[in-house]
Design a protein around this ligand. Structure first.
Ligand code: PRX
Length: 656
């Protein structure tokens, strides 16, 4: 759709009401908002009955701002809720996962009964290797079935897992392992991405040189590549797990037993370990999965395209869908491995009914062209979801037309690592949707959009998104740093949770998410902080100072643009700027991850600073986005901005 058509389309205020068919069979009924809104705590307590408890809770919320507990006196086991109870209910033959490896033909379908055996064996193995309730276990794995098994086996033992995205480099692994004081790591020799095998254990080996607290490493053989081996510490999964008994008696744990840590970027250089506990999180994940995706466990095939290394994979591949006993597809690789129609072949082959992905992926498919999905039968799809970044109306419409056949409702879901589960979303069968809008708080969730002073804005106005009441999936804090938790989320607007996002209420009062308003960037749905990348850049010998901004990008939402000044030694080294830039990009990939490589690095004689020495990132963002420059009069050297503007054009680097 051309831009003008889109404007015209939006100005028509065309909305998409749910079809009669959908309304008739939807899990959510029209009165759900009223029922939940009248007494949210009781409503959530009722939702907690979806879970199987060893001891039913009598409490719901205990709120000691900013710390909450939910269902505190209940006891349960998360892995029993995700696996055992479905087998016990007679659904052992239902497929839990159709796993699709990146190499063609490398597939495996695992039933809930199979999964129970796998999780039981892995739990025995971890116990034998010394993992105990209350420990932290790092998981650094490709998208293979053992990754899910590993998470559930930790949960079964009451050990918290900390999954580290497989794209992170060894320094990033070491930081996370050390911060959480992990005593055990589960990894693989490598994984398949972009058509070839890459190494994973090699990064763990390098990281663990800095982590003396790690006593054991369990290694899945995925690619068969050579790996180095530390006797006494390293164990092959197939040697230790496969010989274990098939049955494992689960223990029950308190509702607030830590379930996992997920490290995420904030506005500082140091990622935060976001803590989630068991019962509230599981209630939130299962309830939102049930209503937002309208799942029918007997017939649906869900595919969440996220990596399990991120919160979306935790809540909507592992805990929500498995708690609800649905069948899923998990795909290991990149979208164009084996052809640009790889996803659509998977949808056709497994008759996927519910697809949940990110706007970046949708925009990439748009760029590749509608002929790739059109070549396949996508008629099994009945619902589409979007997450991770604001979805532009054009991408929303393309998704609706070319993937959803103008038939599938689209749910644009806003949430965060910290919220545990979906917070703002349409409900299929209830909500009339608008292209690009996340619409309404989920039932039982309270949201406000406020101005600078914390006052609610009216319809038609923008401001900051806040969450005004505690909810079950809410993070229980930052690992080891309760003060930072209070300071980061609860101090900007006292008494309410500040998400870091801008939002608008339209004339009808519906919500539109506008992106981050802090120094957090969103690159292809990956969350990175400007300071983290700056820190990596100034860690390079050749860099004196660095300033990083997120500039808007047609495909990736935002892209990283870095401005650096060189040390005298680097400037006089004789290396060309192009060589230095390549070196710096490679350096960032090694220190953080290839996803953190700047799209563009500009080498400049100076950075724009105020008289008090503060770098004016706002001006750099204007430069990076080719906007008219704002007020430069407070700078020590106002002319530097136009110098940088001129340099921008010279140093364009290829995006990866
Ligand atoms: O800026 C928002 C954006 O992603 C941030 C959270 O990132 P993360 O913790 O990595 O979790 C991503 C997956 C839940 C938010 O602060 N974001 C997420 N979903 C949306 C979104 N922005 C706009 N619309 C969304 N649907």
């Amino acid at each position: 759709m051309a831009h003008n058509d889109l404007e015209a389309f939006l100005s028509e205020r065309r909305h998409f009401a749910p079809s009669d068919d959908f309304v008739a069979q939807a899990n959510a009924q029209a009165d759900i908002y009223d029922v939940a809104g009248r007494d949210p705590r009781s409503w959530w307590a009722q939702q907690a009955r979806r879970l199987t408890w060893d001891v039913e809770p009598t409490q719901d919320l205990v709120w000691t701002p900013p710390f909450a507990t939910w269902f505190e006196d209940g006891r349960l086991n998360a892995s029993v809720n995700c696996v055992d109870r479905h087998v016990a209910a007679g659904h052992g033959d239902r497929v839990a996962f159709h796993w699709v490896g990146e190499p063609e033909g490398d597939t495996l379908s695992i039933t809930y009964r199979d999964l129970l055996v796998r999780v039981s064996q892995a739990a025995h193995a971890l116990s034998e290797l010394g993992v105990r309730a209350g420990d932290r276990v790092a998981i650094y794995m490709p998208m293979i079935p053992e990754a899910v098994t590993a998470m559930l086996a930790c949960a079964r033992l009451g050990a918290a897992h900390s999954v580290i995205f497989g794209g992170f480099a060894s320094d990033a692994i070491a930081d996370r392992v050390q911060d959480a004081e992990c005593t055990f790591v589960i990894t693989a020799d490598g994984g398949y991405r972009r058509g070839s095998a890459s190494g994973l254990k090699v990064h763990v080996d390098a990281a663990l040189e800095r982590c003396p607290g790690v006593r054991g490493v369990l290694v899945v053989r995925r690619t068969g590549q050579e790996v180095s081996w530390t006797e006494g510490r390293d164990h092959w999964w197939h040697e230790v797990v496969d010989r274990q008994p098939h049955e494992h008696t689960p223990e029950s744990f308190p509702a607030e037993q830590p379930l996992f840590l997920m490290y995420t970027s904030g506005t500082t250089a140091r990622p935060k370990g976001i803590l989630h506990t068991t019962a509230g999180y599981l209630t939130h994940a299962a309830t939102t999965h049930f209503y937002v995706f309208d799942v029918k466990p007997e017939t649906d095939v869900c595919w969440t395209s996220a990596d399990i290394g991120w919160i979306t994979g935790h809540s909507y591949i592992v805990y929500g869908p498995l708690a609800n006993g649905v069948t899923q597809v998990i795909y290991e690789g990149t979208p164009d491995a084996g052809g640009k129609d790889r996803w659509w072949r998977i949808v056709e082959e497994y008759k996927v009914t519910i697809l949940y992905t990110a706007p970046t992926a949708i925009r990439t498919f748009m760029k590749w062209g509608a002929e790739f999905p059109a070549a396949h039968d996508l008629s099994s799809l009945r619902l589409l979801g979007s997450v991770g970044e604001p979805i532009n109306p054009e991408a929303w419409m393309w998704y609706r037309e070319f993937i959803g056949g103008n038939r599938c409702p689209i749910v644009d879901t806003w949430w965060q690592t910290e919220t545990g589960g979906i917070m703002v979303t349409p409900l299929p069968g209830v909500t009339t949707t608008k292209p690009g809008a996340a619409m309404r708080p989920f039932p039982g969730i309270s949201v406000d959009v406020v101005d600078n002073d914390g006052a609610s804005v009216g319809n038609g106005e923008g401001g900051y998104l806040t969450l005004t009441q505690p909810w079950p999936g809410m993070t229980r804090g930052i690992w080891g740093d309760p003060e930072r938790f209070a300071e980061t989320y609860w101090s900007r607007f006292p008494g309410v949770y500040f998400a870091g996002d801008g939002a608008k209420r339209d004339e009808d009062g519906d919500l539109w998410l506008l992106g981050r308003v802090d120094d957090v960037m969103n690159i292809s749905g990956h969350r990175l902080s400007t300071t983290e990348v700056e820190h990596a850049l100034v860690g390079h010998d050749g860099v004196a100072e660095a300033a990083v901004v997120g500039a808007s990008d047609d495909t990736t939402g935002q892209a990283i643009v870095a401005f650096v000044t060189l040390t005298v030694a680097a400037a006089e080294s004789g290396a060309s700027h192009a060589e230095i830039i390549e070196d710096l990009r490679a350096h960032v990939a090694t220190v953080i991850s290839p996803i953190a490589k700047p799209r563009q690095i500009v080498i400049t004689p100076d950075l724009p600073k105020t008289r008090s020495g503060k770098i004016m990132r706002r001006l750099l963002r204007d430069v990076a986005e080719h906007r008219a420059l704002g007020d430069v009069t407070t700078l020590t050297d106002p002319s530097i901005v136009s110098v940088i503007d001129g340099l921008m054009g010279q140093h364009a680097a290829d995006d990866e």
